[in-house]
Ligand binder design. Sequence first.
Ligand code: AMP
Length: 454
Amino acid sequence: MLSRLCAQQQPATLTQTPAVVKFNKRIARRLDHFRAPHTLASPTEKKPPRFENLDLSKSMLKALSQAGYETPTPIQAELIPRALDGIDVIGQAQTGTGKTAAFGIPIIDDLEPRSEVAGPQALVLVPTRELAVQVKNEITKLSEGQRVGCVAVYGGKPIRSQIEKLNRNAQIVVGTPGRVLDHIGRGSLRLNDLWCVVLDEADRMLDIGFRPDIEKILKRCPKDRQTLLLSATLPPTILRLAQRYMYKPETIDCSPAELSVETIEQHYFTVDQGRKFDLLLRLIEQEQPKQAIVFCRTKRGTERIHNQLSQRIKGTACIHGDMQQRARDRVMSQFREGKVRYLVATDVVGRGIDVSSISHIINYDIPQFCDDYVHRVGRTGRMGREGVAFTFVTSEEGGELTKIEQRINRLLIRGEIKGFESQQTSRTSVSEKPKPPPPTSLMRRPPRKHRRRL
Ligand code: AMP
């Protein structure tokens, strides 16, 4: 790698255009980092994190202050200096931690002028359309006053307008793997000028089945690019991907000790399947959420609950993967504006939602996978705000509840609303203060004796 980087350095005789100066600076920093990999301050000896200490340009500092970002979040303080050094990084961080700005800031700050580099310079791969829009919006906010060309490409939107935008000198492309591959195939997205690729929410992309598409894309990107991988969890599949497609990545772990955000109060209710809807109504009446997402497991279930809810309550909407993109965008903007107060959603779509006024998460159906629980609950309590999460559990779902508790290493508080106890629960006694689960491997099936009986 070092020899490859040295060979890349521009000959001294080349005109010192801003692009060449930036290029040389980036290569020099990367070489320095590999020669003296420990020059980054260790967490204990670090100065208190400040954007001013991160070697950012004046225009970036101005954009950050306009965005109201006063101090870097932990993932930003760790990732930005490494990303500016040009090295590959695996960052373990959930959504809501400021991870988008963590990779967005160094990319924007290192962009070469449009006049000198024709093709896109950075590619960000994301699992969902909503996240593509969100990442694009964040990048636009952070590049305020800098005329950065950022284009989001994702399925469900006419490809022609995306091609036009890509042709207008896009510098950063954010997209879902399928649509990105489509553009590469059509020749509307050229990869030769890329120097940075980001895999955002990598675990989710693999869950959805994007692995083959991601690999096809990575194989076509320049070999000497920088790769940044962001993921809430680092299962072996992610590590294998990193091993194949990243160069000596440094791993930074900014996952909280407890996987669910600490400020979020988490309760569960045992309830019979047939009484869930009434419990939902009662909870809404009792809690009066500022804004809530009601998570269901299936698209049909999402529609059904939304239909029932909209007959009783104003300000409801639903969102799931079978809806037209235009309808999804409309629902999301109404939710952001606060016109929609109760959003009934499926996991895939709900995952990318970043609205800071969500006060309540209601898991109408307990999630199938523990990771989904973490992501659902993480929609509230954004940036340290308080939030509450309720999970409905039927008598057959005690095992799922225990798995979630083991995953987050915390017991959910049992909530009770008179008249809504599960039939089964009243017959089977549930210990009021169950012992905390032992610190087992998070991936392992919980031992039988720790499974919650409902
Ligand atoms: P993310 O984890 O990228 O989804 O970011 C969550 C939210 O935090 C977004 O609304 C960002 O605009 C906001 N944010 C990111 N970094 C900061 C920061 N340093 N200070 C304040 N807000 C931030």
